[in-house]
Design a protein around this ligand. Structure first.
Ligand code: BJW
Length: 236
C-alpha cells in the first residue's frame, strides 16, 4: 500500500507549538502580510527576523518534544512494507525528531537559513538579523533569510508530491485547516481509488472530499487510526 500523509500545525499543537489560525493562534496580534510575505521581509527585515527568532528559540526549548501522533507516524513508517511519504506544512522539526525518515517539509524549516543571493541552505539554530554574516563569506552581511516559504513563494517538493499523490492508495490529512494552497488541494489530486482520511478537531473546507473524517486530538486519533491499519482484514 502506498501511503501519503499531510500534516499541519494541529499535529504539533499538543507539543506546545501554536497553530496559525484560531483564537490563540500564532498570528493573533500580527497581520499575516506583516510577517509572512517576501514584501514584508523586504520592507521590515528586523520585524520578520524577530518573529522567526522568537519561534526558533521556542522550538529549541527543552519542553518542546514530539507527541504521540508524531511518534506513531514514525513507528508506522518503520514497520510499513510499502511506499510512504510524509509531507508536512510545519516548519518545526518534530517529525524528524520522532524518527520519521521520508519527510518533505513543503513550507520550509525553521532550523535552516538560506542565502537570498545564492540559494545556499545552512543548518541554523541561532538568531538571524540584518547584520548576520554569511557563514562562508564573512564580508557578505544580511543576505540570510529564514528558510521558510512565504505567501506568493513556491512551496518545496511540489513535483515529488504530485507524482506520489497521483497513484497513492491511502491519503491521511492531519491537523490542517485546509485553507492554504497548494497543500489544501492535494486531496483532490489523489486517484478515485484512494481512501482519504482527515483527522482534525474540526471540519475544514475540504472535509467533504474525504471518505473518513475523524474528529479529535491528533495525539489520540493518529495512533488509534494507524493501529487499526495493522488489524488483519481491516480496510481504512
Ligand atoms: C488540531 C489540533 C489537535 C488544532 N489535533 N487537530 C486564492 C485562492 C487559492 C490560493 C491562493 C489565493 N490567493 C493566494 C493564494 C495562494 C496562497 C494561498 O493559499 N492563500 C490562501 C490563504 C488564500 N498560497 C501561497 O502563496 C503558496 N504559494 C503558492 O501558491 O505559490 C504559487 C504556486 C503556483 C502554482 C502551483 C503551486 C504554487 C505558499 C504558501 C505558504 C504558506 N506559508 C505559511 C507560513 C509559513 C511561515 C510561518 O510559519 O510563519 O505556512 S502560511 C501558514 O499556513 C503556514 C502553514 O504551513 C499553513 C497552513 O496552516 P495549517 O498547518 O493548516 O495550520 P492552521 O493553524 O491553519 O490549522 C490548524 C488545524 O489544526 C485546524 O484545522 C485545527 O482545527 C487543527 N487542530 N489542534 C488535531 N490537537
Amino acid at each position: 500500500m502506498k501511503i501519503l500523509v499531510l500534516t499541519g500545525a494541529g499535529i504539533s499543537a499538543e507539543s506546545g507549538v501554536p497553530t496559525f489560525r484560531g483564537s490563540d493562534g500564532l498570528w493573533e496580534g500580527h497581520r499575516v502580510e506583516q510577517v509572512a510575505t517576501p514584501e514584508a521581509f523586504h520592507q521590515n527585515p528586523e520585524l520578520v527576523h524577530k518573529f522567526y527568532n522568537m519561534r526558533r528559540r521556542k522550538l529549541l526549548e527543552e519542553s518542546i518534544k514530539p507527541n504521540a501522533a508524531h511518534i506513531a507516524l514514525a513507528e508506522f513508517e518503520g514497520r510499513h512494507q510499502g511506499e510512504f511519504l510524509l509531507v508536512t506544512q510545519n516548519i518545526d522539526d518534530l517529525h524528524q525528531r520522532a524518527g520519521s525518515r521520508n519527510v518533505l517539509p513543503m513550507h520550509g524549516e525553521l532550523l535552516k537559513a538560506r542565502c537570498g543571493l545564492t540559494g545556499e541552505v545552512f543548518d541554523w539554530r541561532d538568531d538571524l538579523g540584518i547584520d548576520t554574516p554569511h557563514p562562508s563569506e564573512p564580508d557578505l552581511i544580511g543576505a540570510l533569510r529564514p528558510h521558510i516559504v512565504w505567501f506568493g513563494e513556491m512551496p518545496m517538493g511540489l513535483e515529488r508530491i504530485a507524482s506520489f499523490a497521483q497513484d497513492c492508495d491511502l491519503f491521511i490529512a492531519i491537523g490542517t485547516s485546509a485553507v492554504v494552497y497548494p497543500a489544501a488541494g492535494i486531496v483532490q489530486s489523489t486517484p478515485a481509488t484512494c481512501r482519504r482520511v482527515e483527522i482534525n478537531l474540526d471540519d475544514t473546507p475540504q472535509s467533504d472530499k474525504f471518505d473518513i473524517t475523524i474528529r479529535g486530538k491528533a495525539s489520540i486519533e493518529v495512533p488509534k487510526f494507524l493501529n487499526s491499519l495493522a488489524t488483519p482484514g481491516h480496510r481504512p
